[in-house]
Design a protein around this ligand. Structure first.
Ligand SMILES: [Zn+2]
Length: 332
């Protein structure tokens, strides 16, 4: 199996169905048929845009409000990712979305790390070749009246930096109301703390939002696929070696592209853009990383050589240690 790396995967969008069923039972939620569950968790082909897509996070979030929930979800998800052939993953989530039942952001992160460590111990006992390693990115959110919560997220990231957390992100609805420049102070603070970061941009809002993200000195952009609409921007991204975290199926769901045949990842690779391929939200988008590769091989003639480059780009961009990067490079 070809080793895979995912550096753009949302925890709340990637709950395994079997884990959701376990959690519903734990919390006394009446069982649903698979069809009902699917309509709560995953988008159909007629999803209209990013905002409709984001509605699919409401139900899973109700199942992610205790430390036990979070620990179980992380453990189960990592087991699933390992089966898919992943050797490294950066899982992201917003601690402030898991405090509805009284957890603090610190307790949320502690639970996720505990789930990860439990998985790592399980893995040592069960298998040793090409193990899956995992780190977390903490998302600040584009939402109303949550500046204090976002500031706290940066502080919590500092507290757990290189102890399971390796960076921060800015996620949520891409609308002018939540323009990226309004979050500048958070990323200034992150830089002063030496916390690496990535920013969601260039998905719903296009190249202009990517320029705003670059103005905040980010080295990675979540999605960023719409840079292909702006030649000058592509040149800047190549020159500054900015990594794009591309997620093809998710971009189809949110109608950034009508069909996968038009997905420009191969074109961007040929232009020397540091693109990577990721799954974004496995459950919301009904996908996983092996499926993303298969689809692009079929629809855009992605070759094994391209895939090797995508892998190496992900290693380069990952926020893990140099030692971990050396391990990942040795795997291909
Ligand atoms: Zn994302």
């Amino acid at each position: 199996m070809q080793p895979l790396i995912d550096i753009h995967l949302h925890l709340d969008g990637s709950l395994p169905y079997s884990t959701v069923k376990k959690l519903m039972q734990i919390h006394g939620i009446p069982p649903m048929t698979d069809m009902q569950l699917q309509s709560h968790l995953s988008v159909s082909n007629d999803c209209h845009d990013l905002n409709e897509y984001l509605e699919k996070f409401a139900f899973p979030l109700t199942l992610m409000q205790t430390q036990g929930d979070l620990e179980l979800i992380v453990f189960d998800l990592l087991k699933e990712l390992k089966q898919q052939g992943l050797v490294y993953v950066e899982i992201r989530f917003a601690p402030q979305l898991h405090t509805q039942n009284g957890l603090t952001q610190t307790e949320v992160v502690q639970a996720a790390i505990k789930g990860r460590n439990k998985f790592l111990n399980w893995q040592i006992k069960n298998e040793s070749t090409a193990p899956l390693h995992a780190n977390f990115l903490l998302c600040c959110m584009r939402m109303k009246n949550n500046h204090q919560e976002n500031e706290e997220t940066v502080e919590v990231a500092k507290k757990f930096l290189n102890k399971g957390v390796v960076g921060i992100d800015l996620a949520g609805a891409e609308t002018p109301e939540f323009a990226i420049h309004k979050y500048k102070d958070l990323f200034d603070k992150a830089r002063s703390y030496h916390i690496p970061y990535t920013i969601h941009a260039g998905e719903a809002m296009g190249p202009e939002s990517m320029k705003e993200a670059l103005a905040l000195k980010t080295t990675r952009i979540g999605h960023g696929i719409r840079c292909s609409e702006d030649e000058e921007l592509v040149k800047t991204i190549v020159k500054d070696k900015i990594t794009l975290e591309c997620c093809a199926t998710s971009n189809l769901n949110t109608k950034v592209f009508d069909k996968l045949d038009d997905y420009p990842i191969k074109k961007l690779l040929s232009e020397d853009v540091k693109v990577t391929l990721n799954s974004d939200n496995m459950t919301v988008s009904n996908t996983n990383l092996p499926f993303e590769y298969q689809q692009l091989e079929k629809k855009t003639d992605l070759t094994k050589r391209d895939e090797r480059q995508l892998y190496l780009n992900a290693v380069r961009a990952a926020f893990c240690s140099e030692e971990e990067k050396a391990r990942l490079r040795s795997l291909i």
